[in-house]
Design a protein around this ligand. Structure first.
Ligand code: NAD
Ligand code: LMR
Length: 340
């Protein structure tokens, strides 16, 4: 009966894209910022996954409680909790995948860039620890502003001589998840079957949905297309406003973050055709970091699948988003040059 139940759970999870039966019991995954609004549900989903042997939870608050709670789930992953800077190194040692949702979220009226002053140094210092404790780990950064925190992480890893552009990712999966949800809803398609690439960065006009490349293929009149595109670009703000001061997206982000972490792990396990959009170092456009669909594998990025064919509307989105993206990247790089 237990085996049947597990089989049924796996079927549900694999339909949600959240599980694979071919897990590696030795795989260590780390969540930095594990006690937060994203960190807790993300850790819950990761504890549920047979892809993970050791789930290591780090935060500056509450990790003993979160770890004790999750450790009572009768799923494979061993859970350890690590609290405060003194325990950061042990939390990271031997990690294969590190996911970073540590940092403050927006309140209504703020842009993601308004978080820079607080979150830039949090990411810088966490990546500094990764550089010594787990230089070969695949690192996924959720903390905003992603358009700047990823270049910050790259500069810190470069300073340690351990930067590998195939192993550092800005997590933009939530943009894809939202595009899939909104478009499937409009067309009455099963949202699990929908796949819309979203390229660029992760803030306002830098978020560029490629609806012409959606599968299954969908068509909209120009006005609806424009409204949908803007809704995808502003979806984070939609949640920030609905939460009215209590933070930004956490639950849908945990879902998206888990999907991304599992895709990294499935690639590491040698699974074929694992593709995710993510914000990475890139020579596809003038911006030195850019999100496009990536083929994932044993070393992180196996292949950047590029932009594909953009229609005129999408070409304009690209032109409009690039200047802000380029300046946010520079802001992140300058921050490390000035403070590290
Ligand atoms: P939250 O405030 O609920 O949780 C943040 C957690 O980070 C807290 O538990 C806090 O103790 C911890 N933390 C703070 N400083 C730390 C440090 N130095 N080391 C380790 N942990 C530390 O916030 P949240 O809602 O979970 O959001 C976290 C971040 O994720 C925000 O920056 C938010 O903007 C971002 N975010 C990104 C996306 C995306 O699509 N990439 C989506 C949603 C939110
Ligand atoms: C999101 O897209 O939901 C996140 O980036 C959080 C935010 O500030 O909007």
């Amino acid at each position: 009966a237990a085996r049947l139940l597990r089989h049924q759970q796996l079927q549900v999870l694999s339909k949600a894209g959240l599980a694979s039966k071919s897990g590696n019991a030795n795989t260590k995954a780390v969540v930095l910022g594990a006690s937060g609004g994203i960190g807790q549900p993300l850790s819950l989903l990761m504890k549920e996954s047979p892809l993970i042997g050791h789930l290591s939870l780090y935060d500056i608050a509450h990790t003993p409680g979160v770890a004790a709670d999750l450790s009572h789930m009768n799923t494979r992953a061993k859970v350890t909790g690590h609290l405060g800077k003194d325990q950061l190194h042990e939390a990271l040692e031997g990690a294969h995948v590190v996911i970073i949702p540590a940092g403050v979220p927006r309140k209504p009226g703020m842009t993601r860039d308004d978080l820079f002053n607080t979150n830039a140094s949090i990411v810088r210092d966490l990546i500094d620890a990764c550089a010594t404790a787990c230089p070969e780990a695949l690192i996924g950064i959720i903390a905003n502003p992603v358009n700047s925190t990823v270049p910050i992480a790259a500069e810190v890893l470069k300073a340690h001589g351990v930067y590998d552009p195939k192993r550092l990712f800005g997590v933009t999966t939530l943009d894809v998840v939202r595009a899939n949800a909104f478009i499937a809803e409009k067309k009455g398609i099963d949202p699990q079957q929908m796949n819309v690439p979203v390229i660029g960065g992760h803030a306002g006009v830098t978020i560029m949905p490629l609806i012409s490349q959606a599968t299954p293929s969908v068509k909209f009149d120009p006005e609806t297309l424009d409204k949908l595109t803007k809704r995808i670009q502003d979806a984070g703000t939609e949640v920030v406003n609905a939460k009215a001061g209590a933070g930004s997206a956490t639950l849908s982000m945990a879902y998206a973050g888990a999907r991304f972490a599992f895709s990294l792990l499935r690639g590491l396990n040698g699974e074929k055709n694992v593709i995710e959009c993510s914000f990475v170092e890139s020579d596809v456009t003038e911006a030195s970091y850019f999100s496009t669909p990536l083929l994932l594998g044993k070393n992180g990025i196996e292949k950047n699948l590029g932009l594909g064919e953009l229609n005129e509307y999408e070409q304009k989105l690209l032109e409009k988003g690039l200047p802000e993206l380029i300046s946010s990247i520079k802001k992140g790089e300058d921050f490390v040059r000035q403070t590290y």
